[in-house]
Design a protein. Structure first.
Length: 133
């Protein structure tokens, strides 16, 4: 897991994806890349991002604002039961979940054409939410 605490570090890792989080004054950001081969199937890769915000109200405002952010807006998001509130979309061949709980906004992206990727993305996001106190 890589942890970043500055705007410059976040921008260097996720480029323009960090803009809404910087605007909401994130305090730290962690990122994990994961890859697994599947016997007889296509490999699965995942990216997890966890952004800590200064307080729960800011985190909720960020979650709400992401729906209109240019990176998120092109996709059709469905409500998902993750954390305090969550969304899921099939975003150009990957299942993408974003959610929030307390002071944390977190995202899971699973790159896979496999139909089980949606279930995996939600399970992964719920596992993260369960670890957040």
């Amino acid at each position: 897991v890589q942890v970043y605490k500055t705007e410059a570090a976040a921008m260097g890792v996720v480029d323009g994806d960090a803009a809404p989080f910087i605007a909401h004054k994130f305090t730290q950001f962690a990122r994990l890349l994961y890859s697994q081969g599947v016997p007889g199937g296509a490999p699965i890769s995942a990216e997890v991002r966890v952004w800590q915000m200064p307080d729960a109200a800011t985190c909720l405002a960020l979650y709400t604002d992401l729906a209109t952010d240019s990176l998120y807006k092109p996709f059709t998001w469905e409500d998902a039961t993750v954390g305090e509130a969550g969304k899921i979309a099939n975003a150009s061949g990957k299942y993408w979940v974003y959610a929030h709980k307390g002071v944390y906004e977190f995202e899971v992206k699973i790159q896979s054409a496999d139909a089980s990727a949606r279930t995996a993305a939600l399970a992964f996001a719920n596992a993260i939410a369960a670890k957040i106190k």
